[in-house]
Design a protein around this ligand. Structure first.
Ligand SMILES: C[S@@+](CC[C@H](N)C(=O)[O-])C[C@H]1O[C@@H](n2cnc3c(N)ncnc32)[C@H](O)[C@@H]1O
Length: 299
């Protein structure tokens, strides 16, 4: 019977040869899944023998990873903003850089509640996550608000044009006991019929079509609809911006994730769509442009 250490060493070599950028991490996660433990268990017990069934399951997962399938799809889950989300080919795998959008949204909501803006209006803070995919942003935000005991003060809506993504987002919301707290609807962007929002969050597709066509890595397995942002990557962002007068309440804020190379083009698009509304681009932890903030003047 092969040991954990021996299977791991062989897998790392094979995954490196297959072109994985993270062969050790991939191998540890997949072996942990096959054995029914976590990464620590794998790292801490190299001499433990692996049973035949677990070794066979690991061999299957390894072959999928060698063929390029993302680890998150093979494992069926991805950690995001401190929570686990189910992931499969129905939606984009949540990216670490999107956690900044959740943090920015949380900050906005807390600020609004502290100022009593919603209470004064006699209603809850209305928040939308547009293009929710797996539900990552809306669910991570709701978990953070629940931890602060302010979830009830917020009305959360999540939309996606993909029925597959909507189904996955609902499954994830249910897994986090949030199905009653987030209204997840199949829709094109943010229909005005949903009413004006105080905070709009969106991680819409922003990769130019020509780039999507040649993307490698996990993108080869992810839905095209989740990546393709049109000719210059900003087609959907522009459409969402154009709709803001109808969808964003006076004094409200829209926070849009953008590509690292869109730090100039995205605010220009906002200036064209909603002239006179203040915009700012904030950087992610790598110092790259990541979130476009558009504020609607209060009056
Ligand atoms: C980049 S993914 C982001 C998914 C998720 N918010 C996240 O951060 O992991 C973009 C999402 O927008 C959705 N989408 C694309 N076009 C859309 C549209 N016109 N209206 C609503 N959602 C759309 C895609 O189906 C996909 O789920």
């Amino acid at each position: 019977m092969a040991t954990i250490g021996a299977l791991l060493a062989d897998a790392v070599q094979r995954l490196r040869a297959s072109g994985s950028d993270t062969p050790r991490l991939d191998a540890e996660l997949l072996l942990a899944r096959a054995v029914g433990t976590d990464r620590i268990g794998i790292i801490a017990h190299p001499d433990v023998p692996v049973g035949q069934d677990a070794a066979a399951a690991f061999a299957q997962d390894l072959a999928r990873r060698e063929a390029g399938e993302p680890v998150a799809y093979i494992r069926g889950l991805k950690e995001f903003h401190g929570i686990a989300l189910a992931t499969d080919a129905r939606a984009l795998i949540p990216r670490p850089e999107t956690e900044a959008l959740v943090d920015a949204g949380e900050l906005q909501i807390v600020g609004r509640l502290a100022r009593g803006a919603a209470a004064a209006a006699g209603s809850r803070v209305r928040v939308a996550d547009v293009g929710t995919g797996s539900g990552a942003v809306a669910i991570a935000l709701a978990v953070a608000l629940r931890r602060r005991r302010i979830l009830e003060a917020v009305e959360l809506v999540a939309t996606d044009a993909s029925p597959d993504a909507v189904a996955l987002a609902r499954e994830n919301a249910a897994a986090h006991a949030l199905l009653d707290s987030i209204s997840i609807v199949e829709a094109d962007l943010l229909p005005a019929s949903l009413g004006r929002m105080d905070v709009i969050l969106a991680n819409l597709p922003y990769v130019p079509s020509a780039v999507v066509a040649v993307l490698g890595g996990s993108a080869r397995f992810e839905p095209h609809l989740a990546l393709d942002g049109g000719a210059d990557g900003l087609a959907l962002v522009r459409r969402l911006l154009a709709g803001l007068p109808a969808t964003l309440a006076p004094g409200g804020v829209a926070l849009l994730e953008i590509g690292a190379d869109q730090g100039v083009a995205a605010p220009l698009a906002a200036a064209a769509a909603v002239p006179g509304w203040p915009t700012v681009v904030t950087a992610d932890i790598a110092g790259l442009p990541r979130v476009l903030q558009v504020d609607r003047p209060a009056s």
